[in-house]
Design a protein around this ligand. Structure first.
Ligand code: SF4
Length: 480
């Protein structure tokens, strides 16, 4: 596989080289404020930063600005196209990537994870597994982490059996579907059983591309292209499909969970590198990884197979998979993937934060303690969890420190005597209680004197670790 630029390579500007001025020139420049920004230049800056999208500027979508809209769409198009699977609120978007490395620009569209079912399962088994997929949810520092799709495999290779299964699954879940059948006749039966669901068709291969392409066009569905271990063939199939008129493509270069794992990761990396660095149009599509291939790995224990699937999933997510199909439903396999995905797709420029304000716990009254902390999500949820676990009745003031933890916010002067006094005032805390005693985190002890002066409140220095809050209150609050 050569890294040389191909005839299909179209030079574009990478997102880091697009300036707000480039964008501003294509905006209506009326400063109307409909986008919520002070002016078009402010909008342009936030669009380039990925904080807003083009549809946030309504005038741009009127006939008057049609040409500007087209030009801006071209300028802002990511090197890896975004492909939508499913419809409505549960639809997922795979791809839409701008960069190879996360530190260059925030990754967009967190890798959706689909769990497989197959057409040899009974209706009850199907409904149970699909319900479990939909119910799988984990609250991680205030964010709900969930599974995103169901992949239905044809094992029977029988069109009517596959159609029955697709119908059962489609009736049991609103989640997007991936239909997995290599025989076009089986695929067609599946597609007819889930009309209007826009499932991903998996997959077109060398021998079936035309029949699968016809199905994709007839059903307005995205199409996965499968050429295991052969990037030249994958590229050639993509070229053929694009010329045939199918443009919503997902690429599967093959996933090998055993000895071929290094080659799998290398293929994923080559494809993404060519798309993002050389703007190779034939590789400008989302990548599908299939960690469940670990389950074909011979006679080893189930736990080892699950472990292999988990590690392959994490590696593929790190190396550019935009969509995954997995098999195991065990929490210890899936949770690391969901948490890794959350962290991988968090904007590295912005710490994860919660909304500032006053939170009430239990049934606080006028005599209840008032504590204060910062809005770094991990800090807040740790404090919240310790307060809730001890069934405390209290108020907790959350100060906006830009998502910094207590120690960092004190060092960076985001958590200061002034910001604490300001929060007490802004949230009218004096109306909530009939005392003026505030408990600050132990890690901000050095602010106590200044804060007493700035706020007029008596300051108690709480424990450094929020797990010590219950004991601290037992020993100190009645004396305050
Ligand atoms: S809505 Fe569009 S035209 Fe209006 S200020 Fe925002 S960017 Fe400018």
């Amino acid at each position: 596989m050569s890294n040389a630029a191909s005839p299909e390579t179209t030079r574009k500007k990478s997102i880091q080289k697009i300036s707000p001025i480039d964008v501003y020139k294509l905006l209506p420049k009326t400063n109307c404020g409909e986008c919520g920004e002070a002016n078009c230049m402010a909008f342009a800056t936030r669009l380039v930063n990925g904080e807003l999208v083009m549809r946030d500027c309504p005038p741009l979508h009127t006939p008057e600005y049609k040409k500007a809209h087209e030009a801006l769409s071209l300028l802002m198009a990511p090197p890896v196209r975004a492909v939508v699977i499913g419809t409505g609120d549960t639809a997922i978007t795979a791809g839409g990537k701008y960069v190879l490395w996360r530190h260059e620009f925030t990754y967009h569209n967190p890798t959706p994870i689909a769990i497989d079912v197959h057409d040899m399962m009974s209706k009850n088994e199907l409904r149970e597994r699909v319900a479990a997929i939909g119910a799988f949810s984990y609250n991680y520092i205030g964010r709900k982490l969930e599974l995103n799709a169901v992949a239905i495999r044809s094992v029977s290779k029988d069109p009517s059996t596959f159609a029955d299964t697709v119908k059962t699954v489609a009736g049991a879940t609103p989640l997007p579907l991936i239909l997995c059948a290599l025989d076009p006749a089986v695929m067609e039966a599946g597609l007819l059983a889930a009309p209007d669901r826009r499932p991903l068709i998996y997959a077109a291969m060398e021998e079936s591309w035309k029949a699968m392409a016809d199905l994709a066009l007839a059903h307005n569905a995205p199409l996965a292209v499968f050429a295991p271990g052969d990037l030249a063939l994958l590229r050639s199939l993509v070229r053929t499909l694009l010329e045939y008129g199918v443009s919503d493509l997902v690429l599967d270069p093959g996933t090998c969970a055993d000895d071929g794992l290094a080659e799998t990761l290398s293929n994923f990396t080559k494809i993404r590198s060519l798309a993002c660095r050389q703007f190779d149009e034939l590789f400008a599509f989302p990548l599908l990884g299939v960690p469940m291939t670990a389950w074909t790995g011979g006679e080893i224990s189930e736990d080892v197979l699950k472990w292999k699937e988990a590690t392959v999933a994490s590696m593929l997510m790190s190396r550019y998979a935009d969509l995954l199909i997995m098999h195991s439903m065990d929490g210890w396999v899936l949770l690391p993937q969901l948490i890794w995905r959350f962290n991988l797709y968090t904007d590295p420029r912005k710490p994860v934060s919660v909304e500032a304000g006053v939170k009430s716990f239990g049934r606080p009254d006028k005599k209840s303690p008032v504590l204060i902390t910062t809005n770094y999500a991990l800090t807040y949820f740790t404090v919240e969890s310790d307060i809730k676990a001890a069934n405390l009745d209290c108020y907790l003031i959350v100060v906006d420190t830009g998502g910094l933890s207590v120690e960092s916010a004190v060092a960076g002067r985001y958590f200061t005597a002034e910001s604490i006094a300001g929060a007490l005032k802004e949230y009218a805390v004096e109306n909530l209680v009939d005392h003026t005693t505030l408990i600050i985190p132990g890690l901000s002890a050095r602010l106590s004197g200044e804060t007493e002066e700035a706020s007029g409140w008596k300051i108690l220095v709480g424990p450094k670790d929020s797990s010590g809050i219950p004991q601290f209150l037992r020993e100190r609050w009645h004396m305050a």
